[in-house]
Structure formats: C-alpha cells, structure tokens
Design a protein around this ligand. Structure first.
Ligand SMILES: NC(=O)c1ccc[n+]([C@@H]2O[C@H](COP(=O)([O-])OP(=O)(O)OC[C@H]3O[C@@H](n4cnc5c(N)ncnc54)[C@H](O)[C@@H]3O)[C@@H](O)[C@H]2O)c1
Ligand SMILES: [Zn+2]
Length: 388
C-alpha cells in the first residue's frame, strides 16, 4: 500500500456491513525473505466475531488460544469460542486481569505457562480479544513463543481498531518505562467487529476518537472534513459512520507503516500530539488521563506550535480544537508548569541528544518531525493552559 488513495465516503445507504464487510490489505516489504508474504487483511464489519467464516484460511492448527480479560471475556469470549470451534480441535481461553498493569513480565509468563501446560506447539494460533493492552501482550507472547507463532487481532476498543492492532508493534511495560520491552511482529489477520463497540464506555470511545482525528491533520484533510460532518453520528456509535472511520484510519496507518515499518522516519508522524500528550500522561501519573485524552490535548498544543513556527494559520488551530472538544476530549492543557513539560518531553523516545522532537503540521494534511526552541515551546504551554 504505497500510495494513499483519495478519501471516498461510503454511501449513507451502506447498511449491509454484516453481509459485506470491508477488507483492506496491509502490504509490507520484506527485504530479508521476499518469498514469504507478511501481508495481511484487516476485515471491518458487523457481527464478525461470532461468524466462523471470519476465521477461514488461517494457518491450520490443532489448538487455538484466546487471550482476553475480565471485562471483555464475559461479554464476547463465548461467541468467539463457538466461531473458532469448526476450525480448531481445541479452543483454550486465558483471561487476564483488566488494565495496563497486565502488560508485564508476570502476565507474559502466565501466557507461556498456559501454552506449555496444554502442550501447545509451533502451530498453535493465538487470538487477542480485547483492547490495546490485550493486543500488545498477546502479540508479544506470539512473537516469543517457540520463536513465533501465528496470531490474530480482534480489537474491541475503538483505539485498538484504529491504531494499536495495525502496524505490528507489540510490547509490555517495564517498571522504568512504558512499552520498553517488545517486538515488531505482524498479525495474520485483524478482525474489527463494530458491534463490540456497543458496550464500550463513552470515555473510551472519545479516547479512540482522538487517534481517529489525528489521521486528518497528518495525512488527509478530506477525511478531517468528513469527521467534522459525522462526529455526532460517531458519538452515537452509528455503524456506518464507525465503519468509515475505522476503515480510513486503518488505511492511513497501513499506508504509513507500509513505508516505514520500523519507525526509521515517516512512521513518527503517527505520534502527532503524542510528545505533549506523553508529558501530560506521565506527569499526572499514568491512568489519570486516558492516553487518547492526553493525545487530544497534545494535538491542540502541537497545532499551536505548528502555528507559532509559521506553518499553519490560526483558523486551522481553531478548527482542530473545535473537533477535539466536540469529541468529548480535553483541550485545555493541565497547568503543570512549563519546566515539568520540558523535563518529561526530553525523556520522549523521539528526543535526540536531549533535543525534543515534535510532530508538527507543515500544512494541513502534511506532517513532519521538527525541533523547536524551548522559548517557543514555553509560549505554547502558556497559551494552552489558559485556553477556556
Ligand atoms: N501497539 C501499538 O501500536 C499501540 C498503539 C497505541 C496504543 N497501544 C497500547 O494500547 C493500550 C491502550 O489500549 P486501549 O485504549 O484499547 O486500552 P485497554 O485495552 O485498557 O481498554 C480500555 C478499557 O476498555 C475495556 N474494554 C475493551 N473493549 C471493550 C468493549 N468492547 N466493551 C467494554 N469494555 C471494553 C478494557 O477492558 C479496558 O478496561 C496501551 O497499553 C498502549 O500502550 C499500542
Ligand atoms: Zn496514541
């Protein structure tokens, strides 16, 4: 997927997502093993989780292991188990604790214990049923077990459907840092069942919308305009609007990742709003603001920085801020003091030799990584903590 096609909205009459799911293909170059394709489909539709046909033509195996958590498992694991039963002689379920704390060595070992105690082998297929936490840990377990077994992502949060399940980053946290231990490892398929978003709390939906909105300023202002038009429908979980938002977000992410799988350059634009956002998350203490909330506010700050660097006009900043606010996300930056922001941002993974690197909007729809003078960044923080 080396060119990004123009945005074309689904016709409003597309009400048959249950019968005709959308399929996108993620294309990845493999310089080492060109004979082995690591391309995989992202399937988006209604009711996919409970249909055996969603799981046809995956690698053959005796055993499947579903990894889920205590919130998502009770809602959806039985339907998934039944849909997998025609394909695998044995379908095991492992239910982890809910929350970011599960992305830890101890949990990873529980996954390995389960696999080994049940005599699983190199063919065993792992299914991640949950949000980004379950996806990240299951993907990393799949990358490591027997040096790599196939895995399938079944993301159940909007954030996971539009972001974390696509792109092949897997990780656990270390006490000294988030996502510090992990691997690039691609799933064999991503199944985005829009129906599961029905049980997602509103705050989590808004957090996912932050990552959806992000794709507009960095890559596609036609999509951004469509989001402005469709935000109410998205907040109401309208299935056609959700399908469109998930599909276009995945298309843009797959296009970026297809060019730069291992974040040598271009992939960094996906971190728009994340430099300021991570500073908010870590300074307030992880979990006080959801990641998407911090990214929403961080995008307002990064847009302001882009404006002060002379790239975009104030009207663009106002437009972005208005959409972020409509999505139920905070736009006013927490008043942590500029030095606290700067200190946390210097620890960001994009920093080079202590110089903070920001994703800025060069022009609406085009992003680039850039440094900025500390004095200017202080002005941006000052401006954003005083927003109404
Ligand atoms: N790998 C990547 O590229 C990447 C990208 C972005 C984020 N992430 C990671 O993703 C994680 C965040 O993901 P998240 O926002 O999905 O959080 P999460 O997995 O913690 O899910 C949020 C909450 O919603 C619950 N939930 C999930 N699906 C539900 C449903 N359908 N109905 C009701 N409740 C449901 C979860 O149990 C949890 O309580 C972080 O660990 C982050 O580091 C990874
Ligand atoms: Zn993010």
């Amino acid at each position: 997927m080396n060119t990004l096609s123009a945005f074309s909205p689904l016709p409003p009459s597309q009400t048959s997502l249950a019968r005709e799911p959308l399929t996108l293909q993620v294309s990845l170059d493999d310089p080492e093993q060109s004979a082995t394709s690591r391309d995989y489909p992202i399937v988006i539709g209604s009711g996919l989780l409970s249909q055996p046909s969603s799981f046809q033509e995956l690698p053959k195996a005796h055993t499947a292991l579903i990894v889920t958590n205590t919130v998502v498992g009770p809602l959806y694991v039985r339907a998934l188990q039944e849909a997998l039963t025609p394909h695998y002689a044995r379908v095991l379920v492992l239910t982890l604790e809910d929350g970011e704390g599960a992305k830890a060595w101890a949990t990873l070992n529980v996954v390995f214990d389960t696999l080994l105690e049940h005599g699983c082998d190199r063919q065993t297929v792992l299914f991640a049923l949950g949000g980004g936490v379950v996806g990240d840990i299951t993907g990393f377990a799949a990358a490591c077990f027997m040096r790599g077994v196939p895995f399938v992502q079944i993301p159940t949060t909007l954030l996971a459907q539009v972001d974390s399940s696509v792109g092949g980053k897997t990780a656990i946290n270390h006490p000294l840092g988030k996502n510090m231990v992990g691997a690039f490892y691609q799933p064999r398929r991503v199944i985005c069942d829009l129906d599961v978003l029905g049980t997602l709390p509103g705050r989590e939906l808004s957090a996912g919308l932050a990552e959806v909105i992000k794709y507009g300023p960095i890559a596609d202002m036609a999509f951004f305009a469509w989001l402005e038009h469709s935000l109410d429908a998205l907040m109401d979980k309208d299935p056609v609007a959700l399908a469109q938002a998930v599909a276009r977000s995945c298309e843009i992410k797959a296009w970026v990742v297809g060019q730069d799988e291992r974040e040598g350059g271009m992939r960094a634009i996906l971190n728009f709003g994340h430099t300021f956002g991570h500073a908010i998350e870590s300074a307030l203490g992880f979990g006080v603001w959801l990641h998407g909330e911090a990214v929403g506010c961080g995008m307002v700050m990064a847009a302001e920085l882009s404006h002060r660097l002379g790239h975009v006009d104030r009207a663009f900043c106002d437009r972005l801020q208005a959409l972020i606010a409509r999505a139920g996300l905070p736009v006013k930056a927490p008043d942590l003091g500029a030095e606290v922001y700067l200190e946390h941002m210097r620890l960001d993974k994009k920093s080079q030799a202590g110089e903070i690197r920001f994703v800025v909007i060069r022009q609406p729809g085009v992003a680039q990584v850039s440094s900025a003078p500390d004095a200017l960044v202080r002005q941006v923080i000052e401006h954003c903590v005083h927003l109404p």
